[in-house]
Design a protein around this ligand. Structure first.
Ligand code: XMP
Length: 517
């Protein structure tokens, strides 16, 4: 049976995926749709609740995303958040004005005690506000349920029509009782029963996969990353040896990582595991190449050449599986303007690869296509995939290739793998691993003079990089304690051959990028 559905209508706000995550944390299945999704399409999906997200625009701006009044008449409860709250008021005949003093940050609101959304919430609580317009007059039939010093309609409702709105952001953790407010909307207003449970997901997905695949074969490209690993785990549970995983090891993974992936999937799971070791071929193609873009291009092109050739060899029978996850395929309304329709920004489907025309499968299977990253991780843990793999930090497709500046050689790969392993080991030991989003070593192709015993050395410099990231656009260099840096430096110079100097990269993004190439 299909899960009960909540639709998040995306008006371009920065927290939209967060809203969807919070809804799912409440045990309710939810999907994000563009603000201009036709009403008939929405009705056909039979949602039990709809949430309008925030957005950067003003409702009075002609180019702002608007919505037909009809949506309020289809009988589905609606919660408007921030811009969504203003849009609800404006569309139904209320008034929205520019704030004399815009509210930004943590603000205290007081609720009246009558609002359904505020059940169990103290009379005064702190919420997260970020708005320059506000609702100054409510549409007919609505009543104010909360206010702040500068915002007379911080929340309002039309109980009968099940229309609710909050000017603040209940989805961010700074809103003290945000979770309760969303929960109240989903359960007390919409009447969800909370049927979105991860254990059910594994069971129902495995059953669906079995039915879809029957006695046919499935091929999956395994990268060693979280998504493809979890997809492999699910498929293995569903069809065992009918599944073949193709793992291309170009020799640019971290120390022992290729062996770890092979061991995990051959020992823990029932499947055919095909490892293609092609380090020599890659090194040949990369010989003498120093330009970063050219290196990336060669690594990417070669990877897919090897991969598709292996698929041709194995025979393209049955289905092709991929580890696509929900954020890969969301069509975001971010920056979308009315009238631009589908030409507005669409998120790049980075997990979706173009298949050569001569390779023809019966269909594609994406068992994780509805899940967010942390849900994928939860499924991975439940499937028994090792913690290190499930919580693996992001690792670029071109692997260590973007961390070796200049020509890539076997010797440099070895030095970098060893150095990176030492750094990761120290971070792991000092217990700050979970605070960092990424941490790794870089080989900048710089030699410096040093002294070892009585000898002068002229050897490699290693740079270490550790970042905390707010999103993919920004990152801050991590304030690793000096004593940890001291141990890392000491170990690198003593344990890794050809390293005589260590520097720590203290560049944030922007202006730097996370990777060096
Ligand atoms: P930058 O270096 O652009 O990296 O600040 C942002 C994030 O993306 C990862 N990254 C890549 N991931 N293929 C990938 O799959 C790539 O070519 C690539 N380049 C960078 C990087 O590790 C960081 O998480």
């Amino acid at each position: 049976m299909a899960n009960q559905l909540c639709i998040v209508l995306d008006f371009g706000g920065q927290y939209n995926q967060l809203i969807a995550r919070r809804v799912r944390e409440c045990g309710v299945y939810c999907e994000i749709k563009r603000f201009d999704t036709p009403i008939d399409e929405i009705k056909a999906l039979d949602p039990k609740g709809i949430i309008f997200t925030g957005g950067p625009n003003s409702v009075y701006d002609e180019t702002s995303p608007h919505i037909s009044k009809e949506i309020f008449d289809i009988g589905v409860p609606i919660l408007g958040i921030c811009y969504g709250c203003q849009l609800m008021a404006y569309t139904l005949g209320g008034t929205v004005e520019s704030c004399e003093k815009s509210e930004y940050g943590k603000i205290e609101v007081t609720h009246t005690g009558s609002g359904v959304l505020f059940g169990g919430v103290p009379e005064k609580s702190v919420v997260w506000m970020s708005h320059t317009d506000y609702v100054s007059r409510l549409p007919e039939g609505f009543t104010v349920t909360a206010h702040s010093d500068d915002c007379p309609c911080a929340a309002f409702e039309n109980k009968e029509r099940k229309l609710h709105a909050v000017q603040f952001h209940p989805e961010v953790t700074h809103s003290q009782f945000g979770r309760e407010i969303l929960h109240n909307f989903l359960y007390d207003v919409c009447g969800f029963t909370g049927d979105w449970v991860m254990d059910d997901f594994i069971e129902t997905t495995v059953a669906k996969l079995r039915e879809q695949i029957g006695d046919k074969k499935v091929i999956l490209g395994l990268s060693g990353g979280v998504d493809s690993s979890v997809a492999a785990g699910l498929l293995s549970r569903a069809v065992g040896k009918q599944l073949t995983c193709v793992f291309v090891d170009q020799g640019l993974m971290r120390k022992d990582e290729g062996d770890f992936v092979e061991e995990t999937f051959t020992k823990l799971f029932d499947m055919n595991f095909v490892r293609v070791n092609c380090k020599d071929k890659f090194l040949k193609e990369l010989k003498g190449v120093t330009d970063p873009e050219q290196k990336r291009k060669i690594i990417g092109t070669e990877f897919y050449n090897v991969f598709w050739n292996k698929i041709r060899e194995e025979g393209a029978q049955g289905f092709f599986a991929q580890g696509t996850i929900y954020p890969d395929r969301i069509e975001s309304g971010k920056g979308a303007k009315a009238g631009q329709g589908s030409t507005a920004v669409i998120k790049t489907h980075h997990n979706m690869v173009k298949m050569p025309d001569d390779i023809k499968f019966e269909g594609t299977i994406e068992p994780l296509a509805d899940l967010f990253k942390d849900e994928v991780r939860a499924v991975g843990e439940k499937l028994g995939i090792p913690h290190e793999l499930v919580w693996r930090q992001p690792f670029p497709g071109p692997g260590l290739g973007v961390r070796i500046i200049g020509e890539i050689t076997e010797e440099k790969i070895k030095i970098l793998q060893e150095a990176d392993a030492v750094f990761r080991d120290e971070i792991h030991k000092c217990g700050i691993e979970s605070e960092l989003k990424q941490f790794f070593a870089v080989l900048p192709d710089v030699h410096t003079v040093g002294v070892m015993g009585d000898h002068r050395t002229y050897d490699h410099l290693i740079a270490i990089r550790a970042v905390t990231i707010d999103d993919f656009m920004t990152a801050d260099w991590a304030r690793i304690p000096y004593d940890v840096l001291a141990r890392v430096s000491n170990r690198l110079c003593n344990e890794v051959d050809h390293v005589n100097r260590v520097v720590y990269d203290i560049t944030s993004k922007p202006p730097g990028t996370v990777e060096w190439e």
